[in-house]
Design a protein around this ligand. Structure first.
Ligand code: SD4
Length: 326
């Protein structure tokens, strides 16, 4: 299996990357560079729910654990938190009242697993991990993903909280289908970690856009869109309007730019530039978070209010990302 994956990585994706990438000389120098002095191990993740997620992930790393176990443990924190309204339990439903979950995970060997349009399972990231570890596939979706989870011992639960149900009832009064820029609507957690061995893994989990069309799947479970890791180079994860990220295969793009020599910051800025060049970006937020093999990081968003949590050198802190519009 991993031979097949290495083959795919080394041929089709490599060729695609070469075609899509700008020359290094075309890379603009970064406006601001939030990279701190690197130190390993490191965990970085999107939004303020990244702080407790980082703590859980860092505990794994400090005990000598692997980055793949760290990112899974970290992602499980907001998945189980009913206050986190865009991830797992407590997430806001689609416009028909279904809470459908998307997640993916990837390790330092290029193995990956994902679930999309999964209902009733509190920890989609762990189901994604099982897809990676126990099947020859990368993604399971919908009822098939649910059946697979149940066969692995996951419990079927009602994950729609009273508060989420109420918000959905309020939304139904006008039922305006217009995904807009606001914090509640964009709250996916993406995590990247480097362990003491220097191995990089990533995870991404979300309930997706609130009030989305039933059946809609975003970028978060798509390897290369919502998250991508290459152990020789670094990793990237995305948050925000998934359609814009999917159209540009954003996380893969960021990693490939770093492979060409861009810093994590320059790479995130270039990936946002791909979006702002061709798409109507004013009404949507997209944020990228990247880390390279050395533990340096970068972040960039369309709008000013994207933040992320960095756990490095004994400190876990929330940092405001620089942005295109501010
Ligand atoms: C999606 N990218 O489903 C996700 C939503 C998100 O922060 O990131 N929210 O499009």
């Amino acid at each position: 299996m991993s031979n097949r994956r290495n083959f795919i990585k080394g041929t089709a994706l490599g060729a695609l990357g070469a075609l899509l990438l700008p020359k290094l000389s075309d890379l603009k120098s970064s406006k601001k560079n939030p990279s701190s002095s690197p130190g390993l191990p490191v965990v970085i993740s999107t939004w303020n729910h990244g702080l407790p997620a980082n703590d859980a992930a860092m505990e794994v790393l400090m005990n000598g654990g692997k980055s793949i176990d760290a990112v899974e443990k970290g992602a499980m924190v907001p998945e189980a938190d009913p206050e986190s309204m865009s991830v797992g339990y407590g997430g806001l439903p689609d416009r028909d009242g279904h809470l459908t979950l998307d997640a993916c995970i990837m390790d330092h060997n290029g193995n990956c697993g994902a679930v999309s349009y999964l209902e009733h399972i509190k920890h989609p990231i762990s189901v994604a991990r099982k897809v990676m570890d126990d099947t020859p596939h990368v993604m399971l979706s919908g009822k098939g993903a649910l059946d697979f989870a149940l066969s692995k011992g996951f419990e079927k639960e009602d994950l729609l909280t009273e508060s989420a149900r109420q918000k959905w009832q309020e939304w139904k009064v006008e039922s305006k289908y217009q995904p807009i820029v606001n914090v509640e609507n964009h709250d996916t957690i993406g995590l990247l970690a480097i362990d003491k061995n220097g191995d990089i893994s990533g995870a991404c989990t979300t309930s997706g856009l609130s009030w989305k069309m039933h059946g809609r799947v975003g970028d978060s479970p798509i390897i290369g869109a919502g998250m991508f890791v290459d152990n020789e180079v670094g990793g990237c994860c995305a948050t925000g309007m998934g359609e814009a990220v999917m159209k540009t295969l954003g996380s893969f793009l960021v990693v490939e730019l770093m492979r060409q020599g861009a810093s994590p910051q320059e790479a995130c800025e270039q990936a946002i530039a791909r979006i702002t060049k061709n798409q109507n970006y004013k009404d949507m937020q997209i944020g990228y978070l990247a880390i390279n093999k050395k533990g340096e990081h970068g972040a960039y968003a369309v709008h000013p209010w994207f933040n992320y949590a960095l756990h490095q050198n004994g400190k876990n802190e929330l940092i405001d990302s620089p942005s295109f519009l501010g």
